[in-house]
Design a protein around this ligand. Structure first.
Ligand SMILES: C[S@@+](CC[C@H](N)C(=O)[O-])C[C@H]1O[C@@H](n2cnc3c(N)ncnc32)[C@H](O)[C@@H]1O
Length: 275
């Protein structure tokens, strides 16, 4: 009897959540129709931008996997700068936006976009999704592959300190991917906007300030402390880039491990003193 009650409760609760998810989906679907967005996903970018301030007025923006064009409409509205969208599918014209049919896993797409933009981008956004098969592991793996292609392209397209947003389906490869992005940007968050369906496995990786430093988090290297900074920590210079080594003394030769990288300097801990 108790089991039957629990089962009923469970089904009741699940039905409630699915109902809520459907209401939420219908809400953004209706809103998109009212406000003239081509896709309800437009609200995901609006919500991400409200929280993380990824796109500023005048920014040049590249949208990878952009059809039917909801995110492009939002990018055009937020920035008013140069906007380029690419997708495997054609995209109906949007004023002030250049679009191309291209594959984001192909190297040649970088040159195509750079030519259209006339330079590097302030922001790269990617909402690309593979065709879902329902085979959860396969869909997750293909989504991570696509996100990896987007990261590769973003690194080539972005200006130093540029921003990047990419969709990934959750799964066991997600953390590895997140760490790959963390190595390339100064600040990185995983975020699910309210407009993402409750039952959806999608997460957005929001990465700010592309790093162009010669070192990355986790790197181990030999350095010599050249001087002491204001905080009293040692400072080594690698290819003109300052590395602040905690508890190091002037003149010391050290093996260090980088544990945080900022646009203009990095922090490191001592692994070994080298006499
Ligand atoms: C969810 S839709 C994007 C919706 C878009 N953000 C909007 O607001 O209209 C995902 C898109 O990714 C595209 N896509 C998937 N793989 C791609 C690839 N390899 N190259 C380019 N586009 C791709 C699909 O064609 C699809 O149009």
């Amino acid at each position: 009897m108790a089991t039957a009650v629990r089962a009923n409760l469970y089904h009741g609760t699940m039905a409630f959540y699915f109902e809520m998810a459907r209401d939420q989906r219908d809400h953004y679907y209706r809103l998109a129709k009212q406000e003239g967005y081509r896709a309800r996903s437009a609200y995901k970018l609006l919500q991400i931008n409200e929280k993380f301030h990824i796109i500023k007025r005048g920014d040049s923006v590249v949208d990878l996997g952009a059809a039917p064009g909801g995110w492009l409409q939002v990018a055009a509205k937020l920035s008013g700068g140069s906007i380029v969208g690419v997708d495997l599918e054609g995209i109906a014209p949007i004023p002030g936006v250049k679009t191309f049919v291209a594959d984001i896993t192909h190297e040649s797409t970088v040159d195509l976009v750079k030519d259209a933009l006339g330079g590097d981008a302030d922001v790269v956004i990617c909402d690309a999704a593979p065709n879902l098969t329902g085979a959860w592991h396969r869909d997750h793996a293909v989504s991570v592959d696509l996100a990896r292609s987007a990261l590769k392209i973003a690194k080539k397209l972005l200006k130093p300190r540029g921003n990047f947003v990419v969709k990934v389906f959750q799964g066991d490869l997600f953390l590895d991917y997140l760490n790959e992005v963390r190595k390339e940007f100064s600040s990185v968050h995983a975020h699910s906007p309210l407009a993402s369906r409750k039952e959806s496995a999608e997460t957005y990786v929001v990465a700010k300030k592309l790093l162009t430093s010669p070192v990355r988090r986790g790197d181990m290297l030999d350095v010599q402390i050249e001087y002491l900074g204001k905080s009293g920590d040692g400072v080594a210079i690698v290819e003109g880039f300052a590395i602040i080594v905690r508890k190091a003394q002037q003149g010391e030769k050290l093996r260090v491990k980088i544990d945080a990288v900022k646009p203009n300097f990095a922090f490191a801990d001592i692994l070994e003193r080298k006499g």
